[in-house]
Design a protein around this ligand. Structure first.
Ligand code: NAP
Length: 274
């Protein structure tokens, strides 16, 4: 493996920490079923909402899903950049800050009034501080978890009623291999060379939220996608994949039409270990 000191992954400085890892058993996501969704009523078009869609993986997911025929709501916390992104792709802009109850509730009202929702993609995320792991604070933790974890909970709580009315309700949570016990202990994987306690653990939480929401909403397909290390603003555009490659797993999960397993964690190569 190359020496990776100083490389930025997910917006954090990589440090070689393999010598200090304690090797733990590697659990796999075990709760998955191929039971298809119950059908309630039929809508011809698939309507999809993506959080953080004004740039990066969210924007490319919107582009690909619009190309695939979805009606796409592009959520963004900045109205100017969000509207510009939606205009560029032929999407629908909706103001959406995942850290705000009022913003998320207003977005749910907007989407409901326009006809409902089939696919929710919880993509918005932040890397958190770039400081050494040992120096990261409780305030930093509240900020990272507030967006990456609590934001997902807030979105699912607000949009579950709309999804329940769909004939193919689907939730895609954008997580990361950096939240995978297996990957961070595998010396062959770049994830094993990252020390970023808050971002990585927030993504572990997103993956487990996926499993738990799959159990809570058996009528929905709830799965987690790891984009892989992709060049976006999140990591100073140092990622090794293109955004097209980085959205393969997201687009896969968003286009299954309510079929397939639920409670799984995949990357662009297929089912990934948690
Ligand atoms: N890039 C990678 O290598 C990689 C790998 C694994 C997982 N991921 C995950 O992929 C997702 C997308 O990341 P990206 O790489 O595309 O990063 P990005 O280019 O920085 O995009 C992040 C998006 O999230 C939005 N966002 C941040 N906080 C928000 C909030 N409170 N409310 C609404 N939107 C908010 C940002 O909006 P603003 O423009 O307003 O900041 C932006 O649109 C994240 O969940 C990230 O953790 C990325």
């Amino acid at each position: 493996m190359p020496i990776l000191h100083g490389v930025i992954l997910h917006g954090v400085i990589l440090t070689v920490t393999a010598g200090s890892w304690v090797v733990l058993p590697v659990p796999m996501l075990t709760w998955a079923t191929t039971t298809p969704c119950r059908r309630r009523h039929t809508r011809r078009m698939t309507t999809t909402l993506i959080t953080g869609a004004n740039k990066g993986l969210g924007y490319e997911s919107a582009r690909r899903l619009i190309e695939a025929g979805h009606t796409v709501w592009m959520g963004a916390r900045d109205a100017g950049r969000g509207q510009q992104a939606a205009d560029a792709l032929g999407g629908r802009f909706v103001h959406l800050d995942v850290t705000s109850d009022a913003s998320v509730a207003a977005a749910a009202d907007t989407v409901a009034a326009a006809g409902g929702l089939d696919v929710l993609i919880n993509n918005a995320g932040i890397s958190g501080p770039h400081s050494p792991g040992a120096e990261q604070t409780a305030a930093d933790a509240l900020s990272v978890y507030g967006t990456n974890v609590v934001g997902v909970v807030r979105m699912i709580r607000a949009f579950a009623p709309l999804l329940r009315a769909s004939n193919a309700p689907t939730i895609v949570n954008v997580t990361s291999g950096l939240g995978s016990f297996a990957f961070v202990h595998d010396p062959e994987r770049i994830e094993s060379r990252v020390n970023a306690p808050l971002y990585t653990s927030s993504k572990s939480a997103v993956t487990m939220l996926t499993v738990q929401y799959a159990k809570a909403f058996p009528e929905m397909r709830v799965n987690a996608a790891d984009p892989g290390y992709t060049a976006t603003d999140l990591n100073g555009n140092n990622g090794m994949q293109t955004v097209h490659e980085g959205t393969d797993a997201i687009v896969d999960l968003a286009t299954r039409g309510g079929e397939g397993p639920t409670g799984t964690f995949i990357d662009r190569s297929g089912v990934a270990p948690f």
